[in-house]
Design a protein around this ligand. Structure first.
Ligand SMILES: Nc1ncnc2c1ncn2[C@@H]1O[C@H](COP(=O)(O)OP(=O)(O)OP(=O)(O)O)[C@@H](O)[C@H]1O
Ligand SMILES: [Mg+2]
Length: 237
């Protein structure tokens, strides 16, 4: 019973992941058989030196990329057998992504950027209604990251920490099960970075989502629950 309970708590499982990149005739092995369990609701930090394969691993966990060998299982479900459009559907529903350089659309307002993932897959029928609903939800999510008053600003009119809060709101709008963050404080000064991290921790507490953060920053790692070290494509104890 206890074992079954523990098993159910695993939301994501990387099973012996190998990732190779082909560069001409040369093959670069970036991950050398990574096995990792992520438990529902936990705060996981993946730390390690530059080039260790942290981003690669995060991309595999979020079905942004496919492993050369091994599997990623979401609650025992293997997405590898699904078509690219089915994978995109699940990626958009289950995962929220936050990146170091925000990746906001410069010609759209904060509100429009946040609303976008909620409109993915909306057809022409019911578009207006869906758009209205998405904008309302975007505003609520901007309130969650304390940025509602900047809803109509474009990214260029926002400070770095504010841009990252917009990016976090965009990652949250579809109420993801897992929030995957790649160096979310890497482009921010220490204080702003600390506030972003506190925000991520609060969001995890409020929503119960699982939080996986890739970072170089030992201070960031010190705030997390569990730390996994990745060195040269291997998890080290
Ligand atoms: N698309 C690609 N093609 C070829 N090599 C790649 C590709 N993406 C990453 N790599 C290589 O894989 C290795 C791991 O890259 P990755 O970006 O996962 O490292 P990282 O741990 O995230 O580093 P950093 O902390 O600098 O972000 C690096 O040597 C990188 O050059
Ligand atoms: Mg990286």
């Amino acid at each position: 019973m206890r074992k079954a309970q523990l098993h159910n708590d695993v939301i994501l499982r990387a099973d012996n992941l190998v990732k190779d990149y082909r560069i001409g005739r040369y093959t670069l092995r970036v991950l050398h058989g990574v096995t990792l369990e992520v438990r529902r609701g936990e705060f996981l930090c993946i730390v390690g030196p530059s080039g260790a394969g942290k981003s690669t691993l995060l991309h595999l966990l979020g079905i942004l990329d496919t492993p050369t060998e091994g599997k990623v299982l979401y609650r025992d479900k293997d997405f590898a057998s699904l078509s690219p459009s089915e994978q995109a559907y699940w990626r958009n529903r289950l995962f929220g992504f936050v990146f170091q350089f925000y990746h906001l659309m410069p010609d759209f307002t904060a509100l429009e950027n946040v609303a976008m993932p909620a409109l993915v897959g909306t057809g022409l029928t019911g578009w207006r209604q869906a758009r209205k609903k998405a904008r309302q939800e975007a505003l609520r999510t901007l309130e969650l990251v304390k940025l509602a008053e900047r809803a109509n600003h474009r990214p260029s009119q926002l400070a770095g920490g504010e841009r990252q809060r917009v990016a976090i709101a965009r990652a949250l709008i579809n109420k993801p099960e897992v929030l995957l963050c790649d160096e979310p404080t890497g482009n921010l000064d220490t204080d702003t970075g600390k506030r972003i991290l506190e925000l991520l921790c609060n969001i995890r507490e409020q929503t119960g989502c699982t939080l996986a953060v890739v970072t170089h920053d030992e201070d960031v790692a010190a705030m997390g629950g569990r730390i996994v070290h990745l060195v040269d494509g291997r998890i080290v104890q």
